[in-house]
Design a protein around this ligand. Structure first.
Ligand SMILES: Nc1ncnc2c1ncn2[C@@H]1O[C@H](COP(=O)(O)OP(=O)(O)OP(=O)(O)O)[C@@H](O)[C@H]1O
Ligand SMILES: [Mg+2]
Length: 393
């Protein structure tokens, strides 16, 4: 695995993801890191932030050691993906395994998002860059995107082996008699390739050198979403190493300004308290849109007081195993989750954790195969599920 650092910037629409992603990249490049900014935003906003005209054909140098890649998904789109996706849903439906599986597959996103992930993987693997900074889409899409590798993995482990065998043996007869749509071998191969690719994506994005920065503005609605996102990201195994509160009003003399400054200070304090121990960095509301290298560097200097966008203490891994006498405890970090929102089920060596609208199917490590769940609890943002060996019953 390469040593490339990966930073993902996410947050609600319009909070400043593209701006802070670009600012962090400028600062990293100036510290000597070969840096690539990848953007999947069709509005080309990263190109606008740097005041360039990116055409989506490849990384474009904008400063010393800093390239920008604007992904043009329509240009890259591999036709096969949409047909594979449609096919999977059809099969699950008609094969009667639909109920559980279709539910899991609802998280399958579109081709653009898959392509973005594969590009990130390619550039991280290539070793050409020390830092890949990804300007993500607004939160909901990012979460969909980040849950994809695991959703497909679940499908491949549970359903695919059977299906591939059946399909290969019975292609013609089955299709005629049952109406289950039969894929051609090119679809079968494409699905398997995609699965392997996404397994690599997942490995890259959940590696210790990949972290997420959660951008928000200190407004009630935005903050509420940021808190939910923080929980969901941990649920899927991503490490969030900082939140950035953007567009903080400088204190001012008139009533209008001091009113805002006070309200923001209150929300910011709330955010710090809620998100602790996550560092909450701040970015001031600048007098003009931060566009171009000079402005972005100044902004980065204000966000990262130590002057280093990567010098943030190592993020805790979201999932750990602990031993407690005879018991093994699976500890899943779920910051800000509340009891009523969390649902837990055990099924055939899998632990299914649902928080709000998001669900994760955790394949249990082999150490836990002959164990059963004896208890679970949620405290201080940690979900602890206790397992006991079956022969101790
Ligand atoms: N700290 C700041 N001070 C002043 N203006 C800012 C600041 N941060 C962002 N902006 C401006 O706010 C607008 C939105 O920022 P940006 O495009 O970075 O948000 P985004 O989260 O990427 O939006 P989207 O969800 O649409 O991708 C831009 O015009 C940007 O220049
Ligand atoms: Mg943006």
């Amino acid at each position: 695995m390469s040593d490339t650092r990966v930073l993902l910037f996410t947050g609600k629409g319009g909070v400043g993801k593209s701006t802070l992603c670009s600012a962090s990249a400028v600062s990293a490049a100036e510290l000597g890191m070969r840096t690539l900014v990848i953007s999947t935003d069709p509005a080309h906003s990263v190109a606008d932030v740097f005041g360039i005209d990116a055409d989506g054909s490849g990384p474009l140098p904008v400063l010393d050691r800093l390239d920008v890649l604007q992904l043009d998904s329509r240009m890259l789109l591999e036709r096969s993906w949409r047909s594979v996706q449609e096919y999977l849903l059809k099969v699950l439906d008609s094969a009667g395994v639909g109920n559980v599986a279709a539910e899991e597959l609802t998280v399958l996103p579109g081709a653009e998002e898959v392509l973005a992930l594969l590009e990130v993987r390619n550039y991280v693997r290539s070793g050409e860059y020390d830092l890949v900074a990804l300007d993500c889409a607004p939160t909901a899409e990012t979460l969909r995107l980040l849950s994809l590798p695991e959703a497909l993995d679940w499908y491949m482990r549970k359903i695919w082996p059977v299906e591939r065998r059946v399909v290969t043996a019975l292609r013609a007869p089955l299709s005629k008699t049952t109406g289950v749509p039969m894929p051609g071998s090119e679809v079968l191969d494409a699905v398997e390739r995609l699965h392997d690719d996404l397994a690599e994506v997942k490995a890259v994005l959940t590696a210790p050198q990949s972290t997420v920065r959660l951008v928000f503005t200190p407004d009630a609605v935005v903050l509420a979403e940021a808190r939910r996102t923080l929980t969901s990201l941990s649920l899927f195994g991503y490490r969030v190493d900082a939140a950035i509160a953007n567009r903080i009003f400088p204190a001012g003399s008139d009533d209008w300004r001091s009113g805002w400054a006070e309200a923001q200070a209150e929300r910011l304090q709330q955010a710090r308290q809620d998100m602790a121990p996550l560092p909450v960095l701040t970015a001031p509301y600048r007098a003009s849109e931060p566009v171009g290298a000079t402005e972005l560097r100044e902004l980065a200097d204000q966000v990262y007081p130590e002057g280093d966008p990567l010098g943030i203490a190592e993020a805790e891994p979201p999932l750990k195993l602990e031993r407690l006498g005879e018991q093994i405890v699976v500890v899943l970090r779920l910051p800000l989750a509340v009891k009523g929102d969390v649902d837990l089920a055990e099924r055939n060596s899998e632990l299914i954790v649902t928080v709000g609208g998001y669900r994760r199917v955790l394949a249990l490590p082999s150490a836990l195969l002959r164990h059963r769940v004896v208890g679970a609890g949620l405290a201080d943002g940690m979900l602890r599920v206790r397992f006991l060996p079956r022969d101790l019953d």
